[in-house]
Design a protein around this ligand. Structure first.
Ligand SMILES: [Zn+2]
Length: 91
């Protein structure tokens, strides 16, 4: 496997022990971009769909198109507050 872009994914389920809110543990899940874009990555502990930067971008673009329906998806957290989580991975 070469030229595989790895992205960080996070569980945002507040009730999950492996979520981003369980700060004591390493909650980052690394997945290939191709897999993130082609299927839903689910948390192995709570089965919630994991959130990744490419998916956030797409959701934000969709929300931007919908305007009035922005708050319909409460699971999308403010992109500015969590942007540090998705900084480029240098290998
Ligand atoms: Zn979880």
């Amino acid at each position: 496997m070469e030229n595989v872009e790895i992205v960080r994914c996070y569980c945002f389920n507040p009730l999950c022990k492996s979520s981003i809110f369980a700060s004591k543990k390493n909650t980052t899940v690394f997945e290939p971009l191709s897999r993130v874009m082609s299927e839903q990555i689910r948390c192995k502990y709570c089965n919630e769909e994991l959130v990744s930067k490419p998916l956030l971008k797409i959701k934000n673009q969709i929300n931007g198109c919908l305007h009035d329906d922005v708050q319909a998806d409460a699971s999308v957290v403010d992109k500015n507050s969590i942007s540090y989580l998705f900084e480029t991975i240098s290998q």
